[in-house]
Ligand binder design. Structure first.
Ligand code: URA
Length: 190
């Protein structure tokens, strides 16, 4: 079976196994992911927001526009990478996902990464980064690659700031662009 069909099967499993039924009840739809199922780079955000919930695609709102800008600055094209979130339903009023919600989605995210098998996993924001690297200090560790083991799989994870951080803090913009460039280079040479 090809990668796209295997990912679609995983999507069906998420629906039939009724993951986070409370979130599912308040959300419009499951936001599974977007992009190239055979990508070298997978971006992992936190959870869908309003625009993502409406369109069924990750990072299509304000932070999505900034993510696209960062990708372009790093010489990457959105359709070549894969983008997803830890939690795949929008939490009500964009509240932070709870640890329990993240835990419920975690095995499915891991399966998603196993299927895509990227060279590099880039986490966006502290919350996403801490799921992979529990002792993460984003201001210290951003841009530094770490090997993370999950069962027999090993992922190269690079924690980055969330694009929304740069929306509210102009000084962070260049830091993010620099980190994106370095991460893209690492993916190319790995
Ligand atoms: N922020 C995220 O972390 N994920 C999205 O999909 C959109 C905004």
């Amino acid at each position: 079976m090809d990668t796209l069909s295997t990912l679609d099967e995983l999507r069906q499993q998420l629906l039939t196994q009724k993951i986070c039924p409370n979130l599912a009840a308040s959300a419009t739809q499951l936001v599974m992911g977007d992009g190239n199922p055979d990508a070298d780079i997978v971006f992992v955000g936190e959870a869908p927001g309003k625009a993502e919930d409406e369109q069924g695609l990750p990072f299509v709102g304000a932070s999505g526009r900034f993510l696209n800008e960062m990708l372009e600055a790093a010489g990457l094209v959105r359709r070549d990478v894969y983008i997803t979130n830890i939690v795949k339903y929008r939490p009500p009023n964009n509240r932070d996902p709870t640890p329990e919600e993240k835990r419920e989605f975690w095995p499915y995210l891991m399966r998603q990464l196993e299927i895509i098998n990227p060279k590099v996993v880039i986490t966006l924001g502290r919350h996403s980064g801490m799921c992979f690297i529990p002792d993460l200090h984003i201001s210290r560790d951003h841009g530094h690659a770490r090997k993370v083991k999950y069962r027999e799989h090993e992922f190269l994870v690079i924690p980055l700031y969330h694009p929304a951080a740069a929306l509210y803090n102009g000084g962070m913009r260049q830091t993010l662009i620099d980190d994106f460039l370095a991460a893209a280079k690492l993916a190319e040479t790995t």
